[in-house]
Write a protein that binds this ligand. Structure first.
Ligand SMILES: Cc1cc2nc3c(=O)[nH]c(=O)nc-3n(C[C@H](O)[C@H](O)[C@H](O)COP(=O)(O)O)c2cc1C
Length: 149
C-alpha cells in the first residue's frame, strides 16, 4: 500500500463539464486499478489523495502530472501506508448538484468536510490533517473554530 497526496492549480477556470470529465475518467481508472482516495476542487485549486498498490498509484500519478489541465503540482506526501483512509474514490466540489449526472454518484459537497470529524476527511489522522490544512487556506470555507492558526 502506498499513499500520495498532492495539490495543484487548475489551468483556467474548469467548467462543470470539465470537472465531470476529470471525475469520470479518474473514477473509472482508479476503480479498475484498486486506487481509492479523494479529489477536492475549490477556487481553481486541486487537492488529491491517492492510495493503493504502489505501482497503481505511481502509474496514476505519472498520467496526472503530465495533464495540461493543471500546473504547480506540489507533492505533500508519497510513501508506504499501512491502511487505506478511504473505502472508495470520491470528488468533493462546492456544488455537486451542478455536475452532470454521471459524476454525481461519487461526488460530495465540500461543506460536508467542515465538521472536524467528518468521515469525508478520511480515516487516518495524517490524511485528515492534510485535508484540514488545505481547507484552512480558504477563508470562506472553514469556520473559525476549525482553524488551527
Ligand atoms: C486534478 C486532476 C486529477 C486527476 N486524477 C486522476 C486520478 O485520480 N486517476 C486517473 O486515472 N486520472 C486522473 N486524472 C486524469 C489523468 O490526468 C489522465 O487524463 C487520465 O488518467 C487518462 O486516462 P485515460 O488514459 O483512461 O484516458 C486527473 C486529472 C486532473 C487534472
Amino acid at each position: 500500500m502506498h499513499r500520495l497526496v498532492y495539490k495543484s492549480q487548475a489551468v483556467g477556470e474548469p467548467s462543470a463539464r470539465e470537472l465531470a470529465d476529470i471525475a469520470c475518467q479518474s473514477q473509472a481508472n482508479n476503480k479498475r486499478f484498486g486506487v481509492t482516495g479523494l479529489l477536492l476542487i475549490h477556487d481553481g485549486s486541486f487537492f488529491q489523495e491517492l492510495e493503493g498498490p504502489r505501482s497503481a498509484v505511481s502509474q496514476a500519478f505519472a498520467r496526472i502530472r503530465r495533464d495540461p489541465r493543471h500546473e504547480k503540482i506540489e507533492v505533500l506526501e508519497f510513501g508506504p501506508a499501512r491502511e487505506r483512509a478511504f473505502a472508495s474514490w470520491r470528488i468533493g466540489v462546492g456544488h455537486p448538484e451542478d455536475l452532470p449526472e454521471t459524476a454525481r454518484d461519487f461526488a460530495f459537497s465540500l461543506f460536508d468536510l467542515i465538521p472536524r470529524d467528518a468521515p469525508e476527511r478520511g480515516a487516518r489522522d495524517r490524511v485528515r490533517d492534510k485535508v484540514r490544512a488545505y481547507l484552512a487556506a480558504f477563508e470562506r470555507l472553514v469556520p473559525e473554530g476549525d482553524r488551527r492558526h
